[in-house]
Design a protein around this ligand. Structure first.
Ligand code: TPP
Ligand code: MG
Length: 343
């Protein structure tokens, strides 16, 4: 694997500051009730995990994740305007405003979502990888899965199927230490999560410090190459989330020592700072580019908020029923009874 070039590192910085700005803006907008709903899970603190690993992909590869999906969408190049509009449930959102925070997706970017049911996307990941293999394509499916989700049945079935069929999939376990408020040690018999690969004869690429984008990229490149040629691979990314599990989590109430723990991660393992320090030590004449990316992130997110707030809600009966699969007689009854009232 070639070391990341200066241009790559600067682009990673651009992506990471965009994600942080987007996520922290979402947090503020939720507090101000300008984003509503009961679910929103932020990627702040996880940035290097997504950015470093997806840098190892080709455009034709596939990506799928769970509900902590905003950062993944932005890395893939989805328009922050469409993502922010989706956050606000607007018609101009990436899923027409009907998916919201947990259901971002973009066919154009081979981004297959955004899923709310813990582990529910893992059989889909195996299916996407099976399609590639069946049709002799050499595309890889990069799949992100939380530490908590590795304890659920979907994970084990999907890993097993990927092993018996040699599917080109990279299972990235994003171990942020918790599933909601439950520590990994209380939820998993095997706390070295990447070792769960062994049970299915899958190659593990070990445990990676996922606050360091360079290390993430190095291991992901090896795993992606392996998956493309041979079959499934597992990597464990050790990371940390800076906000509560989601907006319904009253910011770490369950964990007394959280402020100390959080402070430690932010001070010593801050992914954007680690990347920035690396760029500054390895390359000259970068200050202006770095500052440019920071102001561009602010401008893009500000523009996205303005766009989203100015957009319409999908509030006609026709909009409500589009892409909704129900028996036609039920549609008829529903339309005649409540349709007129909604339109
Ligand atoms: C099948 C199922 N069970 C429970 C939940 C509730 N739930 C939502 S997120 C979550 C924790 C998952 O933690 P983890 O996989 O570590 O991902 P993280 O949120 O840390 O990124 C739980 C239990 C759910 N959405 N689906
Ligand atoms: Mg977790």
């Amino acid at each position: 694997m070639a070391a990341p070039t200066k241009a790559m590192l600067l682009d990673w910085y651009r992506q990471m500051v965009l994600i942080r700005e987007f996520e922290e803006t979402c947090h503020r907008l939720y507090e101000e009730k300008r984003i509503t709903g009961v679910y929103m899970h932020l990627y702040s603190g996880h940035e290097a995990s997504g950015v470093g690993s997806m840098a190892a992909l080709r455009p034709s590869d596939h990506v799928i994740t769970a509900y902590r999906d905003h950062g993944i969408a932005l890395i893939l190049g989805m328009d922050p305007k469409a993502v922010m509009a989706e956050m606000m449930g607007k018609k101009t959102g990436s899923s027409g405003g009907k998916g919201g925070s947990m259901h971002l997706a973009s066919r154009e970017h081979n981004f297959w979502g955004g899923y709310a049911i813990v582990g529910g996307h893992l059989p889909l990941a195996a299916g996407i990888a099976l399609e590639a293999k069946y049709n002799d394509k050499d595309d890889v499916t990069m799949t992100y899965v939380g530490d908590g989700a590795t304890n659920n049945g979907y994970f084990h079935e999907s890993l097993n199927m990927s092993a018996i069929w040699d599917l080109p999939v990279v299972w990235i376990i994003e171990n942020n230490g918790y599933g909601m408020g439950t520590e990994v040690e209380r939820a998993s018999g095997q706390v070295e999560l990447h070792r769960k690969a062994e049970a299915y004869g899958i190659k593990s690429f070990g445990c990676v410090d996922a606050q360091n984008a360079m290390k993430v990229y190095e291991v992901a490149s090896q795993a992606v190459d392996y998956a493309r040629q041979h079959g499934p691979a597992v990597i464990e990314h050790v990371t940390y989330r800076y906000r509560g599990h989601g907006v319904s989590d009253k910011q770490y109430d369950a964990r007394d020592d959280m402020s100390e723990e959080l402070k430690k991660w932010m001070q010593c393992r801050e992914p954007i700072k680690i990347l920035r320090d690396h760029i500054l030590s390895a390359h000259d004449d970068v200050d202006e580019v770095l500052a440019g990316h920071e102001s561009e992130a602010k401008a893009l997110v500000k523009g996205a908020v303005e766009f989203a707030e100015a957009s319409e809600l999908p509030n006609s009966y026709q909009e409500l029923m589009r892409n909704t699969y129900v028996p036609s007689d039920l549609v008829y009854k529903t339309e005649s009874s409540i349709g007129a009232g909604i339109d």
